[in-house]
Design a protein around this ligand. Sequence first.
Ligand code: NDX
Length: 260
Amino acid sequence: MSQAFMQCFPSLVLALSSLLGALALLQLSLYLRVPSRYGKHEERLCRPRGRLPARCAWFLQELPSFLVPALLLALRSPPRLEPLGCRLLCCLFCWHYFYRTFIYPFFTRGRPFPLQLLFFGMLFCIYNGFLQGYYLIYCAEYPNDWCTDIRFTSGLLLFLLGMGINIHSDLLLRQLRKPGEVTYKIPQGGLFTYISGANYFGEIVEWFGFAIATWSLPAFAFAFFTLCCIGPRAYHHHRYYLKTFTDYPKSRKALIPFVF
Ligand code: NDX
C-alpha cells in the first residue's frame, strides 16, 4: 500500500464528503422530474444502446463497494484492531455490500441493465467504498466504550432494522416473477402494504442508522446521497404503479408510511 494513504488526511475526507453531498444534490435535481433510466423506467424513456444481464451488472457494479474497503482493511499495516467500535462499523459496511454483491445479484430476476449507468454506478461504488473505508480504517477515533454509546446502539438498531426491511422487500419483489418473466405486478405484503418503495425505505433507514452509529461526515453524506438517489426513484415507482394499475391501493404512499 502506498505510503500516501497510510495516514489520515482530514482535508481529503472533508473534500470527498463535500463532493458526495454535492453529487447528492445534483442527483436530486436530475432525477426528481425524470427517473434514472433502468428497470421499469427504461421502457418509457429512450433505450440505451448496450445492456448487460442484471446478475452480471449488479455484481460488477456493487463489487467495488465491498472490495475497496475490504482491501484497505487487509492492507492496513499495522492492522487496526482497536477499538471494537471501528472494527464493527467497518464490518457493517462490508456486510451490506457482501449481500449486495454476492447474494442479491444471483437471485435477481431483473431486466438487463444499461452499460452506461453500470459504468457510472461502478465509479460511484469505487468512490464511496474508498471514502467510507478510508475514513473508518485510517481516521475514525472512537472511545473504547463507543459500543455502549447511545449513538452506536441506536444507529446499529436502525441499521439492522433497515437492512431487514430492505432484504425482505427485495425478496417480495423477486417473488412477483417466475424465472424468465419480465412483467410488472403490484407488490404485496410487508411494508409494501403501506408504501411503493419499501426496499428503498429500508435502504435509507439502514444508511441513516449507519451514519448515526459512526457519527461521521462521510457516512452522513452517503446517507444523504442514498436519500436523494432512491427517494425520487420511489416517487417515480409510485406514479408508475398508479398509472399502470387501475386497482392499485389508493391508500399506499410512495416512501414514508402514512405521510408521503
Ligand atoms: N446502484 C445505488 N449520478 C445504483 C445504480 C445506478 O446500489 O450518474 C446507487 C445502487 C447508479 C446509482 C447507484 C448511483 C448514481 C448513478 C446511478 C446511475 C447514474 C447515477 C451513478 C450506484 C449518476 C450522478 C449524476 C450523481 C453522478 O426488471 P426490473 O429490473 O425493473 O426488476 C426489478 C424488480 N421489480 C419488480 N418485479 C416485478 N414487479 C414489480 N412491480 C417490480 N418492481 C421491481 O425488483 C428488480 O429486479 C428488483 C428491484 O427493482 P427496484 O427498481 O425496486 O430497485 P433497484 O433500483 O433496482 O435497486 C435494487 C436494490 C434495492 O434494494 C435498493 O435499495 C438498492 O439496490 N439501491 C439501489 C440504488 C442505489 C442504492 C441502493 C443506494 O444509493 N444505496
